[in-house]
Design a binder for this molecule. Sequence first.
Ligand SMILES: Cc1cc2nc3c(=O)[nH]c(=O)nc-3n(C[C@H](O)[C@H](O)[C@H](O)COP(=O)(O)OP(=O)(O)OC[C@H]3O[C@@H](n4cnc5c(N)ncnc54)[C@H](O)[C@@H]3O)c2cc1C
Ligand code: SF4
Ligand code: SF4
Length: 450
Amino acid sequence: MSISALDIERVVHGGFCIGCGVCRSVEPAIEISLNKYGEYVANLDNSNEHGRRIASNVCPFSVNVNETELADEVFNGQMQHESIGRFSGLFAGYSLKDRESGSSGGVITYIIKRLFESKEIDYAILVRQRMANNIRGLEFAFDVISSDLEVASGSTSFYYPVTYSEALEFIAKNPGRYAITGVPCFHKAIRLLKRQNPLYRERIQYQIGLVCGQLKSTLYLEYLLRRADVPSGKIESARFRRKDSQNRADEYFFEAVTRGDDEKKNLYRVGNKQIGVNWGMGLFKPKACDYCDDVFAETADIAVMDGWLPQYVKDGRGTSLIVVRDRRLMDVLYSGQEAGSMYLESVSVEEIVKSQQGGLNHRKQGLAYRLSISMGWTPTKRIRPSSDFSLLFKVEQIMRLVLRKTSRHAMTVQIKVESGLLIFNTLMALQLFAYRVVQKLKRIFKLSIY
Ligand SMILES: Cc1cc2nc3c(=O)[nH]c(=O)nc-3n(C[C@H](O)[C@H](O)[C@H](O)COP(=O)(O)OP(=O)(O)OC[C@H]3O[C@@H](n4cnc5c(N)ncnc54)[C@H](O)[C@@H]3O)c2cc1C
Ligand code: SF4
Ligand code: SF4
């Protein structure tokens, strides 16, 4: 099917834009900025029809090339699994040195450091905290680094909107070999860009993927800050995942630091289990994430995820699960194992799938149902629309859509008031209660999927 300017217009006007910013690298008249819900979105107003047509070719939600087809172009000949995609190796592991600073096993931090040390790359693009002109005085954004000494400053997961637009500009202007981190849809966009433009194909040597359940808007940070009782005003730092090595790996906490007038540091924390809302509820999630069918960053050279399996989750120091697709990255891991700086063990396909079962259910059966009830245009997906599910499952999916929408509205009302979460909690109370009742019924009737 031929690409038209209309494709990207449908993505943006339908609310499916994830803000990756890759369209801007081919059509600079497109602007990427935060909307009123704290999500990065493209603004097409200043672009012309030609610009929108070429931008449609790189947008992960507008093109009709799917992740399987893109992965086949680069990883042909490797093993293939319907959920994981192509792969040449599956592991559980951690870096002995970087485990502490990493989200799970510090594997991504380790790999990028080794790539610098072995002079395989000149630059890495990863996410770091930086100062910003907003009410909290900080944000998290892609940054370009050029030394292994800087890698650890970007360790951990940032549940915060980010965009490649500045980073891609840097790549275009600065020759060299790059490694770039990203969630699955961002990697799909980079693959599409590389298909079109040899400059990016040559320079972006390593695409390092993070398995992704959902992204969050800036409202999520504000929500966590209020849950941790951080007073309004500037903060010095925030970390979405601080580990407690004495506890289980899935009992991490959010941490923020402020500095008082007396220059004293104040530390605030809230545990993810204390928060009482869970990941599956999808609060503050962009709409695009409900129309996504790539969990395992199928177009990236490697995909790294949390070790959410019984044998690893008990260890609060963290373990990563790893899907390797690029031979050179496999060598990095093996040589680390030989040198004693990386612990690695093989895991089965079934275990990798099991570790992401919740995300897969949402992106397979859940997506099939959401597509079947969608009104208007939706991105073309590998999953076919279907409504052949139990009533309880359908109600759960509808409630997730409602929770996502209401949470963004409720928090935008709440942030007009300086502190607290009274308005948000009041506006959300009924829906959260109803969702919990559905969850309870599912458990009673033992309905894990349908
Ligand atoms: C939005 C999001 C959703 C996720 N969802 C899941 C999930 O559902 N299931 C699961 O098992 N794992 C998920 N992960 C991945 C998981 O949280 C860890 O990032 C992964 O296990 C790698 O851990 P590590 O210790 O090896 O990496 P680390 O050594 O901590 O390195 C992580 C690297 O990724 C970069 N990075 C962090 N956040 C982003 C971002 N938003 N975009 C691009 N680069 C980033 C950092 O700068 C750093 O270089 C998610 C991550 C993110 C950011
Ligand atoms: S390429 Fe990325 S930023 Fe541009 S419209 Fe598509 S999703 Fe949005
Ligand atoms: S859930 Fe899908 S659409 Fe959302 S950020 Fe992750 S990869 Fe992108």
